[in-house]
Design a protein around this ligand. Structure first.
Ligand code: V0V
Ligand code: CO
Length: 146
């Protein structure tokens, strides 16, 4: 079951400057930063609240690490701004994706879940099948590192 908005992904050119904007403007100070080579991003998760279901809700800031990455292509085409929405599951993310794919209207981008932020398992749904919104599904790690 999808139980929360896990995060909103925002594409940016300068991660450090964008983190500073979110920290100084809104006061989000619980910030985790990591590099995901597979996805071609350096990303920050800014915690906005605890969802109480083993996950939480974050703003995810995304800076590309290479020009052929999804986020670099997005920035070149559309500029900075909203990149994706991510729903959190309370169970196996692959089962959730299989259920969505089985209904036949929405393409799941990966055959099996990939590595996401803070030890999560993630997959994506094609934006063209979701009303123009790139949509991610997230299964939080049992113990999220701080
Ligand atoms: C592309 N399109 C989008 C979009 N990106 N529409 C809405 N939101 C987006 N973010 C549209 C684009 O305008 C085109 O429409 C069409 O999709 C094809 O796009 P493209 O530029 O030709 O690019 P593709 O087809 O090479 O790649 C698009 C997809 C790609 C969605 C397949 O970006 C992808 O695989 N994304 C999933 C991985 C990802 O985004 N990773 C970064 C976040 P028109 O112009 O033809 O109408 S990593 C992350 O979130 C992590 C690590 C985490 O949460 O833990
Ligand atoms: Co994401």
């Amino acid at each position: 079951m999808l139980t929360r908005i896990d995060h909103i992904g925002i594409a940016c050119h300068d991660l450090d400057a964008t983190i500073a904007f979110y920290r100084d403007t809104y006061g989000f100070t619980d910030i985790h930063v990591e590099v995901n080579e597979e996805q071609g991003v350096r990303e920050a998760m800014l915690k906005t609240n605890d969802a109480g279901d083993g996950g939480a809700t974050y703003i995810q800031l995304l800076e590309p690490t290479r020009p052929d990455s999804a986020v670099a292509k997005f920035l070149a085409k559309r500029g900075e701004g909203l990149h994706h929405i991510a729903f959190g599951t309370d169970g196996d993310v692959q089962a959730e994706a299989d259920g969505i794919a089985g209904a036949g209207r929405v393409r799941v981008l990966y055959d099996s879940p990939r590595h996401g932020s803070m030890g999560s398992r993630i997959t994506f749904l094609h934006p063209k099948d979701c009303g123009g919104v790139l949509t991610e599904l997230v299964e939080a790690a049992p113990e999220r590192p701080s």
